[in-house]
Design a binder for this molecule. Structure first.
Ligand code: ADP
Ligand code: MG
Length: 231
């Protein structure tokens, strides 16, 4: 199991008020799966993604990633997990505006201390993988939204992460770019990349092998469709 969450509870402290956001969340994922988490705005999707992404900790419950007990991890160990086991894709791309596509993709390799020549080679290969070999010197403002998201996806996979985490990856894209990004996710998954994607769009969730629903902080497995059931 690549992800195992048991009875996860998360609350935020808002002044004197306690805001419960996730309740009794149980969720597991096997290596190679492609899972969508679907739910309306405010249901706790990003909160859950931040916990799985080792950016935040649950208030209580158990969380194992690739066999490692994340709750027992220090800040440094969590940032190592982010750097070596996870790739992140966001709705708004989060590219550095003054850096070229290649430099943006190199960024995680910088943090990982990979030497310059190897960095460039691997970043170029990642951009090739997302179909942007002819755009490596372009800055974000010289790229379309769909191309910017593909640069962000190249950056997310350049470290060969265990899991690709995507929070509303098509939320800022038109329908044509959205389906290109979904085709790319499909191809990466076929090549063995494990993907966990958040969306509020049922058409986007259709691309995943399995969908779970979140509503008011509670997770339920969606039955019926998909081919990842019962894994
Ligand atoms: P989604 O991504 O599904 O739209 P979020 O996980 O962002 O939902 O938020 C779920 C709930 O948690 C919302 O009611 C939101 O107001 C609340 N929330 C999110 N972050 C915080 C925070 N830092 N402090 C207090 N409440 C928060
Ligand atoms: Mg959100």
């Amino acid at each position: 199991m690549i992800l195992e969450l048991r009875d996860i509870y998360k609350e935020y402290q808002q002044g004197k008020m306690v805001v419960p956001v996730l309740n009794h969340v149980d969720f597991t994922m096997e290596e190679g799966e492609y899972v969508a988490i679907m739910g309306p705005s405010g249901s706790g999707k990003t909160t859950l993604m931040n916990i799985i992404g080792c950016l935040d900790k649950a208030t209580s419950g158990e969380f194992y990633m690739d066999g490692q007990d994340v709750n027992k991890c220090s800040e440094n160990e969590m940032s190592d997990l982010r750097l070596h086991k996870l790739g992140f894709v966001f709705q708004s791309f989060h590219l550095l505006p003054r850096q070229s596509a290649l430099e943006n993709v190199e960024m995680p390799l910088n943090y990982a201390g990979v030497p310059k020549k190897l960095r460039k080679e691997r970043a170029f290969k990642a951009l090739e993988r997302v179909g942007l070999a002819d755009r490596v010197t372009f800055k974000p403002n010289q790229l379309s939204g769909g191309q910017m998201q593909r640069v962000a996806i190249a950056r997310a996979i350049v470290n060969d992460p265990k899991i690709l985490l995507a929070d509303e990856p098509t939320g800022a894209l038109d329908s044509k770019s959205s389906s290109q990004v979904m085709d790319l996710f499909q191809r990466l998954n076929d090549e063995g990349v494990t993907i966990l994607m958040i969306t509020h769009d049922p058409e986007i969730a259709e691309y995943a092998g399995r969908t779970v629903l979140i509503r008011d902080g509670e997770l339920t497995e969606k039955g019926g469709s998909g081919h990842g059931e019962g894994a």
